[in-house]
Design a protein around this ligand. Structure first.
Ligand code: FE
Ligand code: FE
Length: 162
């Protein structure tokens, strides 16, 4: 693939990610509010702060690439958030709801990990190491969040068993 078109693919992916992150900043406060575990609520609130920093990094990446930071509606994230909303409307035991919230949040993280990983690799390939570093920093945060959520899911299972 020509570098020129790979760069276009990179910019498209960053627009998709900017939309995804903006959607997540709207969803996370609702998820925090719906969580009954104090730890889970804190994890969602912490990730909201991180997500705002991730939007800043995307804006920096657009600037380095000489493109306006324009979002392109991310339909994948819209679908994930929509699915997550569905169960919030259902009657559920608090512990079950927390388990469902964690699963929904991990789906979001995995989507982001796939997108940031690809974009990071493309940035390296088109000779944009600063952009690659910005994307790697966010990728590390998403992976760490995913690990924390897995741990939290186990902790909550153990608490229920006790
Ligand atoms: Fe993110
Ligand atoms: Fe995330």
């Amino acid at each position: 693939m020509a570098v020129q078109s790979l760069e276009k693919l990179l910019v498209d992916e960053l627009r998709d990610l900017l939309s995804a992150e903006k959607q997540i900043t709207k969803a996370l406060p609702k998820m925090a509010k719906a969580a009954s575990s104090e730890e889970l609520r804190a994890a969602f609130e912490e990730h909201l702060t991180q997500t705002q920093g991730q939007i800043d990094r995307l804006e920096q990446a657009f600037e380095i690439l000489g493109h306006g930071a324009r979002a392109k509606k991310c339909l994948g994230m819209e679908g994930l958030i929509e699915e997550g909303k569905e169960f919030l409307e259902e009657e559920m035991e608090p512990a079950v709801r927390d388990a469902a919230l964690i699963a929904a949040a991990q789906k979001v993280e995995h989507y982001e990990i796939a997108s940031y990983g690809s974009a990071r690799t493309w940035a390296q390939e088109v000779g944009q190491p600063r952009v690659a570093d910005l994307l790697q920093a966010t990728l590390d945060e998403e992976a760490e969040t995913d690990r924390k959520l897995s741990q939290l899911a186990e902790t909550l299972v153990n608490q229920r068993a006790a």
